[in-house]
Design a protein around this ligand. Structure first.
Ligand code: CTP
Length: 401
């Protein structure tokens, strides 16, 4: 996975019941291409064994600074130096207190104190401990030191009570880590506006015209932009997807609302990527009350054109469109590229069953305004998103474009 590949992640595991979930996090990080060095406090080993992490990561696990097998045995700050990021999960109340006061008498706190890499904390503890002003104060001090905090979530706690204190799920921790790692990426300090999903044009209060767009492609572009350090704004029509962490999410419903949100978001933007499947037509007069079937045998719908958001969005930023076509893919995409004055268009054959709407993969051809045609193989949507952003970066770094 871009963003994680080749990265050294130091994972400090502390003594809380959520430690078992950190095994999943270690596995996901390793599968994403990171090298994961696990450090465990003594209390962590009461909940989960070092062998679990060694098996999942393929790396030695450090439980004791004086263990001759540990990378810390050679130089006590060795892992602090190689880390691209340090993640502490679960970060218990005890560990937060120790980190806040700069203690360094076991591997996790020692490495956090010594590192200059970004530190991500995933707190988990009993609700009462979380609410205690001492914990709040410790966390405030750690935030002041530039540490990122993810969670805790609300839900059932080990005590059986409901409250704040559950460790965030591994996917959310992973997402936040990717955001943290991407801060200095090739889109750092760039604002990228992305649209996603199929707009809904109401017929009456319970019915609308829409299309099967899942929003996955646009969400992937926003996620990839975030992973490369961009300030990503995601304007999205209704979908079941959850906006990625670290992305400014702007929910809308209709084409009109999407246009208004895009126009507002474009202030100071460096690129607009229109992945939304915008309805081209809307009912001229949506009914204010639900249409009852007994009053009519059929309905003739009068439709009017919606605004063409991409065509209207002209300015000093890179414009990327998508072309969903069922025939004459390249010709139609080229026509749209010109008609909408785009830098780049990603053409999709919507008749292909393995790609396009609602699938996780996409087979696109990228056409640019200079006439270059790049045929991409079937790729996960996140990778397609990166290929598109590679081209956006190319334009942004080219003078005079
Ligand atoms: N688009 C837009 N506003 C619209 C319709 C489309 O901004 N009202 C954008 C889409 O987000 C996409 C590009 O224009 O990036 C092309 O969309 P597509 O649906 O393929 O083409 P249309 O312009 O709608 O033309 P047609 O439906 O006739 O193929």
């Amino acid at each position: 996975m871009r963003g994680l590949e080749g990265k050294n992640i130091v994972l400090g595991v502390c003594g809380g019941i959520a430690a078992y979930k950190v095994a999943d996090l270690a596995s996901k990080l390793t599968q994403g291409g990171a090298t994961v060095y696990v450090l465990m406090t003594r209390a962590a080993q009461e909940f989960i064994t070092p062998l679990t992490f060694r098996s999942l990561t393929g790396q030695p696990v450090t439980t004791d600074m004086f263990d001759a097998q540990s990378p810390l045995a050679v130089q006590h700050v060795a892992l602090a130096g190689v880390a691209d990021a340090v993640v502490v999960a679960p970060a218990t109340a005890n560990t937060l207190a120790r980190l806040a006061t700069g203690m360094a008498d076991e591997p996790v706190s020692l490495t956090v104190l010594a590192t200059t890499a970004p530190v991500l904390l995933a707190p988990a503890m009993d609700g009462g401990m979380w609410e205690d002003p001492t914990t709040k104060g410790n966390l405030a001090r750690l935030r002041e030191r530039g540490f990122t905090v993810v969670g805790p979530a609300h839900g059932r706690l080990a005590s059986g009570k409901e409250g704040w204190g559950r460790m965030e799920e591994p996917v959310a921790i992973l997402d936040t880590l990717r955001y943290v790692l991407g801060r200095d990426g090739d889109l750092a300090s760039k604002k990228i506006v992305v649209t996603a999903g199929g707009t809904q044009e109401p017929l009456d209060p319970v019915r609308h015209l829409t299309n099967p767009s899942s929003g996955k492609m646009g969400f992937a572009v926003a996620e990839a932009a975030r992973d490369r350090g961009a300030q990503a704004v995601l304007v999205y029509a209704p979908t079941h997807l959850t906006p990625p962490v670290g992305v400014k999410a702007v929910p809308v419903r209709t084409a009109q609302e999407m246009q208004e949100a895009v126009d507002l978001s474009l202030s100071g933007a460096h690129a607009l990527v229109m992945a939304a499947a915008v309805a081209d037509f809307r009912p001229v007069k949506p009914e204010t009350q639900k249409v009852k079937k007994e009053y009519t045998q059929g309905i003739l719908l009068e439709l009017e054109r919606t605004p063409d958001i991409l065509k209207a969005a002209q300015g000093d930023f890179i414009r990327v469109g998508f072309a969903a076509e069922s025939q004459e893919l390249l010709k139609n995409a080229t026509d749209k590229l010109r008609a909408k004055s785009l830098h780049l268009i990603a053409a999709n054959d919507i008749t292909a069953t393995d790609s396009g709407f609602a699938t996780d993969a996409n087979r696109c051809t990228l056409l640019d305004r200079e006439g270059v045609v790049e045929e991409l193989p079937l790729l996960p949507k996140l990778e397609v998103a990166h290929r598109i952003l590679d081209r956006v970066v190319g334009y942004l770094t080219r003078p005079g474009i």
